[in-house]
Design a protein around this ligand. Structure first.
Ligand SMILES: O=C(O)c1ccccc1NCC(=O)[C@H](O)[C@H](O)COP(=O)(O)O
Length: 273
């Protein structure tokens, strides 16, 4: 563990469950789909690069969505998602490696495995294009970044502050996510990304994670330097079980298109810009 800052009880519980889960059999060897190509394609087509997250539930979610994960992922791609993130953590997020495998077989965009991988053996559970590593939770980040690349994964290294950004850069991270959700109270604050992003070198792919819920939030994160956005709750809309995931995704992927924004607002009766 990389720091002694307080953690929310739910996060302690997530880590305990992660320590108890076993690794995979053998070593995975992934032929990964390129995230940078997928982000560039989205930009070229006028879509905001959104990594949409299949997240059945979470410690902060208003409910659980029991929809078929493959149908959810397809709906997100239909809404313009550049990539898909899949929570594979079973106990607190309702995910599974099997769901990720099915999703990756069904869509042609890159798929991120979003989980709490604490050591090398935890990487070999399922093939994915990207693998999340959280600076705060691992002891030897550089070794894990290397191990992930050896397997063909593109490691997405998650940080919460400037010191962790420094650690990520020293470990050779090229794709860095700044998580706006703090791990002590699980509250989201978009200022987290705004305070960390200016310290990141230009050649890093910078992803704003968590708490992006409206087109205005999308534009705010993009103005602060986000190359892409990782969005779960606003797309899954856990409180409303049958919410339209394609429309929820499209609302964010089109946030920089003024015509579409106006149209969406007129249709939704929104006042937000
Ligand atoms: O989402 C949670 O409740 C949560 C609680 C404790 C640790 C991690 C948690 N979320 C993981 C994530 O990083 C998010 O799923 C992801 O960034 C998307 O966030 P959001 O758009 O706010 O759902």
């Amino acid at each position: 563990m990389n720091s002694d800052t307080e953690l929310a009880p739910a996060v302690e519980s997530i880590l305990e469950a992660a320590r108890e889960r076993s690794g995979g059999e053998g070593v995975v060897d992934v032929d990964a789909r390129s995230l940078s190509d997928a982000l560039a394609d989205a930009e070229a087509e006028g879509r905001v690069p959104v990594i949409a997250e299949v997240k059945p539930t979470s410690p902060t979610a208003a409910g659980t969505r029991a929809d078929d994960p493959v149908e959810l992922a397809r709906a997100m791609v239909d809404g313009g998602a550049a990539a898909i993130s899949v929570l594979t953590e079973p106990t607190h997020f309702g995910g599974s490696p099997e769901a990720l495998s099915r999703i990756r077989a069904a869509v042609d965009v890159p798929v991120l495995r979003k989980d709490f991988v604490l050591e090398e053996a935890g990487m070999d559970v399922v093939e994915a294009d990207l693998l999340l590593l959280i600076v705060r939770f691992v002891d030897d980040l550089e070794a894990l970044v290397t191990a992930a690349r050896e397997r063909g994964f593109q490691p997405l290294v998650e940080v919460h502050d400037r010191a962790e950004l420094e650690t990520a850069l020293e470990a050779g991270a090229e794709i860095i996510g700044v998580n706006n959700r703090d791990l002590a109270r699980l509250e989201v604050d978009l200022e987290t990304f705004e305070s960390v992003a200016p310290e990141a070198p230009d050649d890093v792919t910078l992803i704003a994670e968590s708490g992006v819920s409206s087109p205005a939030d999308v534009r705010r994160m993009r103005e602060a330097g986000a190359d892409a956005l990782l969005v779960g709750s606003a797309i899954m809309d856990h409180g409303a079980g049958d919410s339209d995931v394609t429309a929820n995704t499209r609302r964010l992927t089109r946030a920089e298109s003024s015509t579409t924004t106006e149209t969406t607002r007129a249709h939704d009766g929104e006042t937000q810009t």
